[in-house]
Write a protein that binds this ligand. Structure first.
Ligand SMILES: NC(=O)C1=CN([C@@H]2O[C@H](COP(=O)(O)OP(=O)(O)OC[C@H]3O[C@@H](n4cnc5c(N)ncnc54)[C@H](OP(=O)(O)O)[C@@H]3O)[C@@H](O)[C@H]2O)C=CC1
Ligand SMILES: N[C@@H](CC=O)C(=O)O
Ligand code: NA
Length: 427
């Protein structure tokens, strides 16, 4: 008897998944046990790139999650509602769930995993972070004996694609975003990508797995890439950096977990600096393993279908070998929420770009204000002019973010300062 799938959504990821499952030669033999039984969509009149059995496609998604014949529900429709309710309904009906929906998991993970544990089913989410890159299962299983110290990732394909093309071709942000949408990388509402929200959802999930506690999404500090300009990309390049949207979860023995997303100057020698285009990479640091980096395509139909299908395969194997006891390496056992450090406590280097009146002694005044708050400078560059205004770029040594912000507040009030167009953290 085959394992029956109810797939919710037949867009980029749903179509890629159906294509993979319909073309099983040379893949794992268990895939032959899978039957694409029902597929839920919004519009029946849309042309589809795949052929489905007669009557399989429907707009009644509730009927799919309530159908007793469906063994596994694959949620690849996106959005918060009705995705959340349909997942919960499927769970309450005793069905295992595979989802690519990081937005739902990052916000409603506690509710969903509690329901899944009560119902004795699994919710699998490999596609939700890093697209095709295996990172969820490695964190849950292969690396789970390690004490995780830091997870640093490029986890949004759309913004990495945009930043790469801005850097290599000098392209404009909006033109490149349109390409990312056309290629199926971007979210239905691309502000989730551009403003860092998608990366925040993903690092919340990774931090939860790596550090063993649930994460309140509102504790994740988040900045997107809108303020990254070609000027900053050029300065960064000259200083030996590339600009990447990094998602970071880090804990030290002396401070609580810090979870954040922001554009970051990454030294060109760092392994994350060479991750370009739609690719993602997640660098995990732990004891005793040291550093492990996962790299690969972070979005797109085929890559994401690979992750979704591997989760389906895992569940098929589970269903076929079912024991009464749940497998703790597939389920989620977190009960508490992690304490998250406020961003003002972060200790990091900064890059800042100032536009100043071209007066003698401006650099000295900047230095004095920085000195007042214990900010020491690693480098100062004064290279350009923008009209009448001189452009000064500084990179600091490690400083507490709160102290740096106080220095900036003082600097903003200096008569010689016109504006501070850019402020970026440095890895
Ligand atoms: N695209 C990517 O590279 C990746 C996406 N993801 C995640 O996968 C999920 C799906 O993304 P993607 O495939 O790009 O999205 P698409 O917008 O391409 O597809 C969404 C699909 O869901 C259907 N759908 C959406 N809302 C409803 C609804 N209310 N009722 C019925 N059907 C609905 C749509 O139907 P219709 O076709 O009729 O419009 C469509 O088939 C999202 O959670 C996304 O974050 C994760 C990793 C990578
Ligand atoms: N919009 C997302 C899709 C994958 O999660 C991205 O660009 O990474
Ligand atoms: Na993944």
């Amino acid at each position: 008897m085959g394992i029956k799938l109810g797939i919710l959504g037949l867009g980029t990821v749903g179509t890629g998944t159906v294509q993979l499952l319909q073309d099983v030669v040379g893949r794992h033999p268990l895939l032959k046990e899978i039957e694409i039984y029902r597929v839920g969509v919004r519009s029946l009149s849309k042309p589809r790139a795949v052929e489905l059995p007669a009557g399989a496609i429907t707009t009644d998604l509730e009927a799919i999650v309530n159908d007793p014949a469906v063994d596994i529900v694959v949620e690849v429709m996106g959005g918060l509602e009705p995705a959340r309710s349909l997942i919960l309904q499927a769970i309450n009906n005793g069905k295992h769930v595979v989802t690519a929906n990081k937005a739902v998991i990052a916000r409603f993970g506690a509710e969903i995993f509690t329901a899944a544990n009560q119902a004795g089913v699994y919710v699998m989410l490999e596609a939700a972070v890093g697209g095709g890159i295996p990172v969820i299962q490695p964190l849950k299983q292969s690396l789970s004996v390690n004490r995780i110290q830091a997870i640093t990732g490029i986890v949004n394909g759309t913004t990495n694609y945009i930043l790469t093309r801005m850097q290599t071709e000098g392209s404009d942000f909006s033109d490149v975003l349109a390409d990312a949408q056309r290629l199926g990388y971007a979210e239905a509402d691309p502000t989730a990508d551009v403003d860092g929200l998608d990366a925040a959802d993903k690092i919340a999930i990774l931090a939860s797995l790596g550090f063993g506690g649930r994460i309140h999404l509102q504790d994740v500090y988040c900045e997107g890439i809108r303020q990254v300009s070609k000027t900053d990309i050029t300065y960064a390049e000259k200083l030996g950096f590339v600009i990447k949207l990094l998602a970071i979860a880090k804990k030290t023995s002396s401070s609580p977990l810090s979870v954040r997303v922001h554009p970051t100057l990454v030294p060109k020698t760092h392994p994350l600096a060479s991750i370009n285009g739609v690719n993602n990479a997640i660098l995990v640091e732990g004891e005793p393993i040291g550093q492990v980096m996962f790299f690969g395509p972070g979005a797109g139909a085929g890559a994401t279908a690979s992750a979704v299908s591997s989760d389906i395969l895992n569940l098929v194997a589970t269903l076929q070998t079912s024991t009464a006891k749940p497998n703790p390496l597939l389920g989620c056992g977190h009960q508490h929420y992690s304490e998250i450090a406020p961003i003002a406590e972060l200790v990091t280097r900064f890059y800042a770009r100032f536009l100043t009146k071209d007066q003698p002694g401006v650099i000295g005044k900047l230095g004095t204000s920085f000195g007042n708050y214990g900010v020491s400078l690693e480098s100062i560059v004064q290279t350009g002019f923008q009209g009448e205004l001189a452009e000064i770029v500084v990179v600091t040594h490690d400083v507490k973010e709160g102290d740096f912000r106080q220095a900036l507040a003082e600097i903003r009030d200096l008569p010689a300062i016109d504006s501070i167009p850019s402020l970026l953290r440095v890895l």
